[in-house]
Design a protein around this ligand. Sequence first.
Ligand SMILES: [Zn+2]
Length: 278
Amino acid sequence: MSWLRLYLDFVVFAFGAVIGSFLNVCVHRMPLEESIVTPPSHCPHCNERIRWVDNIPLVSYLALRGKCRHCGAKISPRYFLVELLTALLFLLMWLKLTEWDRPLVHGIYFLKAPIYWMVIAGLIVATFIDFEHYIIPNEITFGGLIVGLLLSAIYPPLMDADTIKSSLLRSLLGAVVGGLSLLTVAVVGKLIFRKEAMGMGDVKLLAAIGAFFGWQSTLFTILVSSLLGGMVGVVLVLGRRKGWESRIPYGPYIAFGAVLWMFCGHEIVNWYLSFIRG
Ligand SMILES: [Zn+2]
């Protein structure tokens, strides 16, 4: 472990916090169809513009104790949470892709970091918008699908492929398998339960995930998200926080499944296969 290594790790964490701060803006403004670039941040309560010193990721929220400096209105803890989550996931992904005992620039995997960070960022925005509004914006889902296909064409190692053609084919297959399998679940669910089990946003989100990580990732994500979503749903109903008929956003569970795949999907699948083979 060198000082350079430690320094770079810190830079990645800080970078993640800055991106997280921007993601908060996306979460707040995207569902309202507002621009995510202008105007500058302002307090939703008193409309006072937030000065840069009160807009430092993670630090300012703690320094202000979660209150607007001007009017004292409470700032949602979501702001701090999203910044911390983004910073931590960026750092962990960076550590995984570069690994401590390897030279820092270890061939081609090093280049995956910015792509994986971008996917993590999109999934965080999708999660928090879905929690609040029960929608996932097309910018994330459809945009992610296009970007995933494009990046697979430009950078075949993303799909563990050698040629552009096979990379693009794997990406397309991933998008189709992801979209169709969740669409099937949605249609069957609607026939059985006679209500909207999940939205088209979820279907498109999984298609986008498939475009980035291939078809295996989509089946893994469906399995993990339905197990986790089912468990959380049962706990909420038993705790009488929700009724059986109430709506539970599914996007966050898809996002969790996809992030788990990015970090250790292959390891989990291999462990499972060796387990059932005895
Ligand atoms: Zn205020």
